[in-house]
Design a protein around this ligand. Structure first.
Ligand SMILES: *Cc1c(COP(=O)(O)O)cnc(C)c1O
Length: 419
């Protein structure tokens, strides 16, 4: 076939011919392997705050600069424990950004509470004007989500929650190590929940944790998912919650010690990883800065992202109306196969559970979900986000350059795809 276009999708040579995957996370080093094997030899079940669980929690306490950390089996469990410990209960409303991973909000359904979705701004941050419109006498809290690792505007959120007398909570699952004015995300709210699931900046494979400065809330996190020994050892016998120590609140959500060992071995390397990601993200942002149809994120100078991904905004109007799906097909054909649109992080109003939870959660039989024409920005931002992985190693710089070159090539030749 004679190529009439250099675009690989139309028969030209691709930019990248190395087979994938081109990105994997977490990086596993020899020390991680020996840490997990060593843990297997010493303890595979830890019922209290000892051993590697205590070591990981202590490391996270100093990493985030908070008073308490409780590890959990997943980030979803951490969010559940955080909401329960914050006293969110039946009928309470919690304002959640309409664009996030569903588990930011879904545990609220298990506390009898109502997630109230508020639209987002141009960069996926909570739209505080829309949030204000959703405040009712039942509103208890607002959740900050640091989407793709970019810190939320914590000045605005702290001011907003103080003004409306609401609790500020955080979901830091994309953003371990991100900072706002030098302060780590996860240390702003009354409490924060983090995932340590596979691809997250700090990974245990599966895991999560709650961070808080509030000792009372800490005891309640323990009671929610860490019953018996741990509660008996840590909640003072004279405390009014001590009689609940044996059963806790009835759930068991502890982290697996092997998962804790993996995260604990990795945590000392996280700052180095994030510095590497920042350098790569800066290169990619510079390379894509003036490319038509592509908008790169511009975090304010006082914000440091964890660069969980590099979220680009795609504007077909600048590319003769080329649909984003066709653009991505062309980029994939160039061999940049890790470029994609967000899958599971999407407008929450699209999920059946947020519309008609009653079919699976009988307590919500009369729950009225949000109208599907709401959250126009969440929809628009989601429908135009194209994300790239952010590598952290110098030896991956050729991939960084090849990926941006693939995007630039497709943008430069886009007319050949629309005719
Ligand atoms: C991954 C994630 C969760 C859920 O964490 P799991 O460890 O997968 O349970 C919650 N919120 C956000 C924003 C996430 O990215």
């Amino acid at each position: 076939m004679t190529a009439t276009s250099p675009l690989a999708l139309l028969g030209g040579p691709p930019v990248i011919d190395a087979p994938g995957p081109h990105f994997s996370w977490p990086p596993i080093e020899d020390g991680d392997v020996s840490a997990v094997i060593g843990q297997m030899m010493s303890a595979v079940s830890i019922p209290d705050r000892s051993g590697v669980v205590a070591e990981l929690e202590d490391s996270l306490v100093s990493f985030l600069g908070v008073r308490h950390v409780v590890t959990t089996c997943t980030g979803t469990a951490a969010l559940h424990s955080m909401y329960a410990a914050a006293g969110i209960g039946p009928g309470d409303e919690v304002i959640v950004p309409a664009l996030t991973f569903h588990a930011t909000a879904t545990p609220l359904f298990h506390l009898g509470a109502r997630p109230v979705l508020a639209d987002v701004g141009e960069h996926g941050q909570l739209d505080l004007d829309d949030a204000a419109r959703h405040i009712t006498p039942r509103t208890k809290a607002v959740v900050a989500v640091h989407l793709w690792g970019l810190p939320e505007n914590m000045d605005a959120l702290a001011d907003f929650t103080a003004r409306h007398d609401l609790m500020l909570l955080e979901d830091g699952s994309h953003a371990h190590g991100a900072t706002w004015r030098g302060q780590p995300v996860g240390s702003f709210g009354r409490a924060a929940a983090f995932s340590m699931n596979g691809p997250k900046p700090l990974s245990a494979g599966e895991g999560g944790f709650v961070a808080t400065d509030d000792t009372e809330l800490y005891y309640r996190v323990l009671l929610h998912g860490q019953y018996n020994k741990r509660c008996r050892r840590e909640i003072p016998a004279v405390h009014e919650l001590a009689p609940y120590a044996v059963t806790g609140m009835g759930l068991k959500l502890r982290i697996h010690p092997l998962a804790a060992a993996l995260a604990h071995a990795q945590l000392p390397r996280l700052k180095g990883y994030l510095a590497g990601r920042e350098a790569v993200a800066d290169r990619m942002r510079r390379a894509l800065h003036n490319v038509p149809g592509i908008d790169v994120p511009h975090p304010p100078p006082h914000a440091r992202s964890a660069w969980y991904a590099l979220p680009l905004r795609y504007d077909p109007d600048q590319l003769t109306g080329l649909p984003v799906e066709r653009f991505i097909d062309a980029v994939h054909a160039e061999g940049a196969i890790e470029v994609d649109m967000p899958g599971s992080t999407r407008p929450l109003g699209d999920h059946q559970l947020f519309h008609t939870p009653g079919a699976v959660l009988p307590g919500y039989a009369d729950h009225q979900g949000p109208a599907s024409d709401n959250f126009t920005n969440a929809r628009r931002v989601h429908g135009s986000t194209v994300k790239l992985p952010v590598w952290h190693r110098d030896q991956d710089l050729h991939l960084t350059e090849a990926y941006t070159a693939a995007i630039i090539k497709v943008a430069n030749h886009h007319k050949e795809l629309v005719k």
